[in-house]
Design a protein around this ligand. Structure first.
Ligand code: ZN
Length: 262
């Protein structure tokens, strides 16, 4: 299916949802009465969907300028707006830019674990605006949004791909098409957790593929790749390499959080 067709399908669906808009306030009030909105961290009732308690907010560490213009690694002070970190200079990544709103530390880890493993999908309402803001400049250039895929066996075990859920919501908010099965896992890989950088790179080598019949959907396109955490970048780098080899013009990366080693 061509991108234009994907956009038309999305447009039709959004058009249908417009008919329901007059009923939305009443519907939302009813839902809030039965299932009141809760803080994504403490679980206590808050004023609206996505809101968090002030004391939880202050524990979050947001990434702000200055940072590496390539991988988004935060800097302590600004020297040059176009400056790259030593890692990107010595081993340039396959993607063009990576951005994330949060540092990966105790508070953001708890948020991600709730979303990823504890079925607390409502936490998406909390962090989605942060991702949209951190990725605003990337979204302006994006033709197609793709999630980092899970292997089908892990998908069955976990029941949902957290990156695909994020990609679907960003697609809707940014009015851009997304595709859940354009980039696939060619083989199951052991989890990247607790692996060192070099082992992570070996672990995901040739782990991804684009079906031959779908490569035309990528040709010349700027892709925004979505994942929950950027750790060493090994996974998104391998995904980017696969997408570029399949015909994509450029790949950017947006994650909710990124690991920063000080
Ligand atoms: Zn960098």
């Amino acid at each position: 299916m061509e991108l234009q067709q994907l956009k038309e399908i999305q447009s039709d669906r959004d058009g249908f949802l417009c008919y329901l808009k007059p009923f939305k306030p009443f519907f939302q009030q009813t839902v809030d009465l039965i299932l009141p909105p809760r803080c994504a961290f403490s679980g206590k009732i808050v004023s609206q969907q996505g809101a968090i308690q002030p004391e939880e907010w202050t524990k979050l560490q947001f990434i702000s300028d200055p940072f590496c213009r390539c991988c988004g690694h935060p800097f302590d002070f600004k020297i040059d707006a176009d400056m790259c970190c030593p890692s990107c200079l010595s081993d340039p990544p396959e993607f063009s830019k990576a951005r994330a709103p949060l540092l990966y530390e105790d508070q953001s880890r708890s948020l991600i674990l709730r979303f990823k493993h504890a079925d607390q999908l409502h936490t998406l309402d909390t962090f989605l605006p942060w991702m949209l803001k951190a990725g605003a400049s990337l979204l302006e250039q994006t033709d197609l949004i793709l999630p980092v895929p899970l292997h089908r066996w892990r998908l069955i075990k976990r029941r949902y791909n957290q990156a695909a859920l994020i990609a679907a919501r960003i697609s809707k908010k940014a009015n851009l098409p997304w595709h859940h099965d354009l980039l696939l896992r060619a083989r199951a890989t052991p989890t990247q957790g607790h692996k060192k950088a070099l082992d992570r790179k070996k672990n995901v080598k040739d782990a991804f593929t684009v079906p031959a019949r779908k490569k035309n959907l990528l040709t010349g396109k700027t892709i925004l790749l979505i994942d929950d955490v950027y750790t060493t970048g090994a996974t998104v780098r391998e995904c980017s390499r696969t997408l570029l080899n399949a015909g994509a013009a450029e790949v950017n990366v947006l994650t909710l959080a990124r690991v920063v080693k000080r």
